[in-house]
Ligand binder design. Sequence first.
Ligand code: ZN
Length: 259
Amino acid sequence: MQPGINRENDTMTQTSSAANDPEEAYPLGAPDDDRPPMKANAFECMRTANSKLTPMFGKYLHKGAMVPAVSCITGASGRSFQMFKHENCVDEIATVFGAQGVPMGPGAVKIGAKDHFVNIPLKDNQDPSNYVLIVVTQRQWDAPEPQWEKVSLLCEQCQEPLIENKYTCDPAEEQLRSIHSRNDFVPFATLVEGVRAAKMLNDDPERLVCKECSFSNKPFPLDDWGWNNYAENAATVSLALSQYPASAAPASGQQKREV
Ligand SMILES: [Zn+2]
């Protein structure tokens, strides 16, 4: 369990025993001066989100940051969400804000296994009245080694991985300095790396044929997940920021994360 994501009992015990000591009661400490606390309405964020998973506070992805991301999945004619597998080194907490045609109701809170299938539980993927709107929150870890995740795109018939992409979420120091020097933001690795895996799979017809069961899989439905919208916009924003004069965005390099 990560610091700050306490079980109910731990939180209650901690709060009652340290009620008179703010530092003990709030072990996260005071916010950094350059990172004031932010708040946002999940429903409002979802209206303008450009991916099926979109961080609510896009610049707050640093070590120790709380990262809530909005997600809504809606049935639609012709829509197909292929199941995939995601392994995260930190916990993900899902809070349901709205749902119909899924086995969870608004207000449900769920914590899954760190290594989990992502399987959309709509009764009917083609029915627009079936939907789920959730916020998935993770806390970036504080450990000195890079935070990591793995995405595996699977055979539809036997669930064996067709492709696996294990990646680190933290840019290297030099890359981070370059990003900050341009007033640029570190992109949400989950989406950028998910796109990388899907493109590698979809661009290689041989990979789509399962080595375990020989099933010919359809390309991964990247457009239905929308990760590519986020990744493309993030790359375009990086290009735009790199064109600003040094006075606005001191340039110590043009290195940027490949998308
Ligand atoms: Zn297979």
